[in-house]
Design a protein around this ligand. Structure first.
Ligand SMILES: NC(=O)c1ccc[n+]([C@@H]2O[C@H](COP(=O)([O-])OP(=O)(O)OC[C@H]3O[C@@H](n4cnc5c(N)ncnc54)[C@H](O)[C@@H]3O)[C@@H](O)[C@H]2O)c1
Ligand SMILES: O=P(O)(O)OC[C@H](O)CO
Length: 332
């Protein structure tokens, strides 16, 4: 078998659908696991995902669908995880076969609660997957723009850089330019944090702060991200690279951003529950905010913007007062 072998996408959501489109630009055929059999039935009837990115048409001859996760894993060499981090455990709990001899690509931008483990750490500790057999997809990527074939620069990180290069080849096409890195933990952590900062950005937007203020907020957020990532995963990195700063910017500024949209609802006065119900997609930063807070009990990094988001979401602290304190005492 030549690496990466048979590829299976895990997840029926927006990002899974965009990744399937990317993979099918390179692969003749992919497997695709979705949790709900009725979603697969509707997909087969219409030729597109009935629930997400339904404007992307697929050639059904080139896809084998699975709702049985064990069979999907047994029939694959490389698995691309694209389910929201809070649901990863519930998916994998149904698995009756080993992941240890598979290559796993995590396209998840979140942390696994309540263990507060990065996805790669979780897979290593609970499923015996070796770090050499795991890669992650980072960088500024909105699925909606992949659907429109807008030029996108993801980063593929893996401890084994040759494998990262091979995966990048699978991603590369007319509208995707993948680069490679070995900073797996740093890029995963940055992705968790950018979700939290996008919620902060959304909250401020909802409270009617303007672009001048947003620019200062995001400047402070990148400094926080650098402090946190450098302490939790200390290797040399350039925080201004697109896998870190680029991902923060796209999430804080794009109208496609789930986390920013969620934050904007909070800023406008929605309760957390109401905002979650209203959104049809998952804002993982809500979960990431609590995970970052708990991880930081050990490291004690100065992260006032992330702390503010925690108090607003989890302690019911009024957003307008929290942002007022931030703007008067912290931001510069
Ligand atoms: N959407 C993007 O542009 C994008 C880009 C890069 C990375 N990501 C990452 O990809 C991952 C998936 O995000 P998404 O945007 O595709 O999410 P989404 O909100 O579009 O999809 C939700 C997915 O979660 C599943 N789901 C919903 N409730 C569930 C439950 N109770 N149990 C199990 N599964 C449930 C749905 O079936 C669906 O597959 C996330 O980690 C996200 O950070 C997304
Ligand atoms: O911007 P969000 O919150 O939808 O997150 C999507 C991706 O992670 C952006 O790179």
């Amino acid at each position: 078998m030549s690496f990466p072998g048979k590829i299976t996408i895990f997840g029926g959501g927006t990002w899974a659908t965009a990744l399937a489109k990317i993979m099918l630009n390179h692969e003749k055929h992919i497997n695709w696991y979705m949790r709900r059999p009725e979603q697969i039935e509707d997909f087969k009837k219409t030729g597109h995902n009935p629930s997400y990115l339904s404007n992307v048409e697929f050639n059904l001859d080139r896809i084998t669908f699975y709702s049985d996760i064990t069979q999907a894993v047994e029939d694959s060499d490389t698995i691309v995880l694209a389910v929201p981090s809070p649901f990863l455990k519930s998916h994998l709990e149904k698995l009756n076969t080993s992941l240890a001899n598979k290559f796993i690509i995590s396209a998840i931008k979140g942390i696994v609660p309540p263990e507060n483990l990065l996805v790669t750490d979780y897979l290593e500790q609970y499923y015996n997957v070796s770090p050499q057999n795991m890669a992650i997809v980072g960088g500024p990527c909105h699925a909606e723009e992949i659907a429109l074939e807008r030029l996108t620069y993801p980063t593929i990180a893996c401890a084994d850089i040759q494998k990262a290069n091979a995966i990048a080849q699978v991603f590369n096409n007319r509208f995707v330019r993948a680069s490679v890195s070995n900073d797996v933990a740093g890029i995963e952590l940055a992705a968790v944090l950018k979700n939290v900062y996008a919620i902060a950005s959304g909250i401020c937007h909802g409270l009617k702060y303007g672009d001048n203020f947003q620019a200062v907020l995001v400047s402070n957020a990148i400094s926080e991200m650098e402090r946190f990532v450098d302490i939790v995963s200390p290797i040399e990195r350039r925080i201004q690279d697109s896998a870190y700063l680029g991902d923060l910017l796209v999430t804080c500024y794009s109208s496609f951003s789930r986390n920013r949209t969620f934050g904007a609802m909070i800023g406008k006065g929605y309760s957390v529950k109401a905002a979650q119900v209203e959104m049809e997609m998952i804002a993982e930063g809500y979960y990431g905010t609590k995970c970052v807070r708990e991880i930081n009990e050990k490291y004690n990094v100065d992260i006032p913007v992330a702390d503010m988001v925690y108090r607003i979401l989890y302690e019911n602290s009024p957003a307008h007062l929290e942002v007022k304190t931030l703007r008067e005492q912290i931001l510069k």
